[in-house]
Design a protein around this ligand. Structure first.
Ligand SMILES: Nc1ncnc2c1ncn2[C@@H]1O[C@H](COP(=O)(O)OP(=O)(O)OP(=O)(O)O)[C@@H](O)[C@H]1O
Ligand SMILES: [Mg+2]
Length: 266
């Protein structure tokens, strides 16, 4: 569904992505994780053909996202649901209009279906009463939820969430993550990607982590429980410093490896 081969990208003299390669199979779920500024959003922009890499190959649903013309890229993007880090809603449209606009432009759904779908995705993110509201009337967390609803309203093949919870309190973050997991669980063919710097969100979202470091490399790619125990030192440290502060009950709930719990909680 998604493939990066030896992708490199610099801004000025700074190499942000240094020869990165990975691929993601259809129907799987992956978290891209790394510290702030490590290049997660840049990976997504390159994947969507919104920004060219300096070198390397990028394929999304078998389409070459580097060399294809805009028309071909746009066709692919109609099958992608993307929830942006900054929300990305149109301020001058109501919530319902934001959703309908996406469905009108990206799908061939009928007016009736668009109406039904808008209602059902808003129920999915527990915001049924916001249809006629404008984005400025919503809290930060609500805007994120509308963004998620819009990403899924178009019934995409690939769903991408960039920092779905950054800047939100832990309770709201958990609620939002649960909503995403709940809304996608019936669609086993959907390929799902979250980019985040939040370890807890990343491991709750997916078994597989692709870990970026701040010099632009993929330092690990694999099941997080394995990385936590036997990954490269930098990765073990990056993951564990954020987990050892959790309370023991929650550590069990996350199903952290037994060895890890014994070592840190005794
Ligand atoms: N268009 C651009 N022009 C110049 N520099 C850029 C541009 N886009 C990103 N950068 C730089 O590239 C680096 C990676 O940015 P990116 O947004 O991909 O990181 P990120 O991992 O998504 O960070 P965050 O966790 O804060 O969202 C940053 O140092 C950023 O300043
Ligand atoms: Mg980002």
């Amino acid at each position: 569904m998604i493939s990066f081969q030896s992708v490199t990208k610099s801004f000025g003299d700074t190499k942000i992505l240094d020869d990165i390669s990975f691929s993601i199979q259809e129907g799987t779920r992956v978290s891209i994780i790394g510290p702030g500024g490590s290049g997660k959003t840049t990976v997504l922009k390159i994947l969507l053909g919104l920004m060219p890499p300096d070198s390397g190959e990028v394929h999304l649903m078998e389409v070459d996202m580097v060399r294809s013309n805009d028309r071909v890229k746009e066709e692919v993007l109609c099958r992608v649901g993307m929830a942006f880090q900054q929300g990305g809603l149109f301020d001058f449209m109501t919530v319902k209009e934001n959703l309908a606009f996406a469905m009108e432009h990206m799908t061939d759904m009928s007016v009736d279906l668009i109406d039904k779908k808008a209602k059902s995705v808003l129920e999915g993110v527990k915001l049924p009463a916001t249809e006629t509201m404008f984005p400025f009337e919503l809290s930060g967390g609500m805007k994120r939820r509308v963004g998620i609803a819009r990403a899924l309203a178009t019934e995409p093949k690939v769903a991408i969430f960039d920092e779905p919870t950054s800047g939100l309190d832990p309770v709201t973050s958990t609620i939002i993550l649960n909503m995403i997991l709940d809304m996608v669980k019936t669609n086993t063919n959907l390929t799902q990607l979250v980019a985040t710097s939040n370890v807890e969100i990343a491991i709750r979202f997916a078994d597989r982590l692709i870990v970026l470091n701040d010099t632009g490399s993929i330092v690990a790619d694999g099941p997080w429980r394995e990385l936590l125990l036997t990954g490269p030192e930098w990765v073990r440290h990056f993951l564990s410093v954020r987990l050892i502060g959790l309370d023991l009950e929650y550590a069990h709930e996350l199903d952290l490896p037994k060895e890890f719990i014994e070592k840190h909680w005794g």
